[in-house]
Design a protein around this ligand. Structure first.
Ligand SMILES: [Ca+2]
Ligand SMILES: [Ca+2]
Ligand SMILES: [Ca+2]
Length: 286
């Protein structure tokens, strides 16, 4: 971690980062099947209102030098060019990568599952009940990109999830509302949408919007874009954009999310999720 990043956190992010970071350690003490700690209370999340104010990152004069200062569609275009330069991994290689990117900070034998918040043994990767598997946060049927090397293997939106919870999410769009998902950590579901637990609402939003900028239809895959709909089915769209934007504000990047971005950049793909480094760019583009 560079001095510049520490400085940024100290000035602008300290409170929100600490609060967001409370979730994972609290979970690690629980057995794999336990319901995780309650979502961050609303009173604690009030600090997140300032999340989307202008930030600086250690990469502004290097990685992001052709994007800093731009807005709107020109910012999106610049970021697309920047983040499209990347190493790609196979779908089979995703298993071991997730064991590193999503390692429980308090138990190096475990990964943290995205929607439930449960800490589970890395060795329980698979497809049976009680296992964790590879969730495409941008559901792969939305644009039909499958698991070919490309969007279907892009670690920036692939996360470990409980097999049963992953099945409940299916390919639903994202929105607020619904009934509680069994062992879902506070996630909710109804007939046409899924609402992740509060602690990862921003993570989900930033993953979806990364995909929208990274995939613009110029590399043999669909142009992925958010919209205001639910029930998008196989269209290359995910909704609801207005809800995702609110989630980005409510749940600013945590230390866990920032470290994950660094690991993907340093070790695997050598590209970054710009919205973890600059959450305010969401509002600039959308
Ligand atoms: Ca709904
Ligand atoms: Ca979060
Ligand atoms: Ca796109």
């Amino acid at each position: 971690m560079t001095a510049a990043r520490i400085h940024r956190k100290a000035v602008a992010w300290a409170t929100a980062t600490v609060l967001a970071g409370l979730t994972a350690p609290a979970l690690s003490a629980a057995p794999a099947s336990a319901t995780p700690a309650s979502p961050t209370p609303v009173s604690a999340r009030t600090t997140a209102v300032t999340a989307a104010t202008a930030t600086t990152s250690p990469y502004d004069s290097t990685y992001y030098k052709n994007a800093v200062g731009k807005t709107g569609s020109s910012l999106k275009s610049a970021l697309h060019t920047i983040i499209s330069s990347q190493t790609k991994i196979s779908y089979s290689a995703v298993w071991n990568a997730l064991k590193v990117t999503d390692q429980d900070p308090n138990n190096s034998s475990n990964v943290i599952l995205l929607y439930s918040g449960v800490s589970r043994s890395k060795s329980l990767n698979g497809g049976d009940v009680g296992d964790w598997n590879r969730e495409h946060t941008w559901a792969k049927s939305h644009g039909d990109f499958g698991t070919a090397t490309g969007p279907g293997t892009d670690l920036h939106h692939l996360r470990p999830t409980d097999v049963k919870v992953n099945s409940v999410r299916g390919n639903l769009d994202f929105d607020n509302g619904g009934s509680a998902v069994a062992n879902g950590g506070g996630s909710r579901v109804d007939s046409d949408s899924f609402e992740p637990r509060d602690a990862v609402k921003g993570d989900v939003a930033r993953m979806i919007l990364y995909m929208a900028v990274r995939y613009e239809g110029d590399d043999g895959f669909a142009d992925l874009e958010p919209n205001e709909q639910v029930g998008n089915g196989s269209k290359p769209n995910i909704g609801k954009l207005s809800v995702l934007k609110a989630w980005n504000e409510q749940d600013p990047p945590s230390a866990f999310e920032e470290k994950r971005n660094d690991v993907i950049y340093d070790t695997y793909q050598h590209n970054r999720n710009p919205f973890i480094d600059h959450p305010e760019w969401v509002e600039s583009i959308w």
